[in-house]
Design a protein around this ligand. Sequence first.
Ligand SMILES: Nc1nc2c(ncn2[C@@H]2O[C@H](COP(=O)(O)OP(=O)(O)OP(=O)(O)O)[C@@H](O)[C@H]2O)c(=O)[nH]1
Ligand SMILES: [Mg+2]
Length: 299
Amino acid sequence: MSDTAPRCGYVAIVGRPNVGKSTLLNHILGQKLAITSRKPQTTRHTLLGIKTDGDVQAIYVDTPGLHKENDKALNRFMNKSASQTLRDVDVVLFVVDRMRWTDEDELVWNKVRHLERPVILVVNKVDRLDDKKDMLPHLEWLTQQLPNAEVVPVSALHGRNIDHLQAVIAGLLPEGEHFYPEDQLTDRSSRFLAAELVREKVMRQLGAEIPYQVAVEIEQFKQEGKVLHIHALILVEREGQKKIIIGDGGERMKKIGQEARLDMQKLFGSKIMLNLWVKVRRGWSDDERALNSLGYRFD
Ligand SMILES: Nc1nc2c(ncn2[C@@H]2O[C@H](COP(=O)(O)OP(=O)(O)OP(=O)(O)O)[C@@H](O)[C@H]2O)c(=O)[nH]1
Ligand SMILES: [Mg+2]
């Protein structure tokens, strides 16, 4: 029996798009739960990742990257969910990419600076710095900007300094009983996670524009004996996009399916039969009702 009091609390992971928030969550969990890609605005929904380590339960909330808004309902939804997360957490991880400080970092900073809760400034991707010493003046500048924040340089991709980061977080969590059972990893359903894995492969396989006009809907999710049968619908905005996703002779669809199936197999620990279809649903990304029916809830 341990003689320390249990600790439990919520930890928001916020930052502009593409700084490595979801990669950080996956590394902390030791498992790929959140989808990641080289393109900004990969994450669209908040996602809980629960890490229980002895007496300490940290409930991480991965959020969509905060960005300058265009007019689309989907972008409003993403920024709103990230901002709302900040209201209800005990600790904030503000993730930035090395020495790059952009207007969008400024936007995030303006949302976290007045919060009356601990903020940790996570300086990610330090593996991509040739000389770590180059970073010192920037770290000093960041410390001046955020005098109350602890600054922790890490590499989420290579797992550098993540143990230290977790120790700092543990020290900031309030005392209290754990909210979730020790073996629970997330609040999201397997259906949700399956749809996200398909969307990740679309994000990774396709060029600049199309991924932003793609949503994925799970039509069937059924265990039969040892096999999990999943039918997923890839929704696009225009007919031409459908052709591009399918690719010559169905080549691209095949790749998307193969890669998603492998990840699903790992995550669900089951053999998977995955069927994919592409369908045109015009204007879904700028229509609140269509977004709602796809699980993007505005409440
Ligand atoms: N070299 C390096 N690359 C990283 C590191 N962390 C993340 N990346 C890469 O940065 C890209 C973006 O990572 P994500 O985790 O998807 O970033 P995000 O902040 O969740 O992005 P959004 O969901 O779009 O807001 C991916 O290509 C990652 O592999 C790191 O520590 N080092
Ligand atoms: Mg993300």
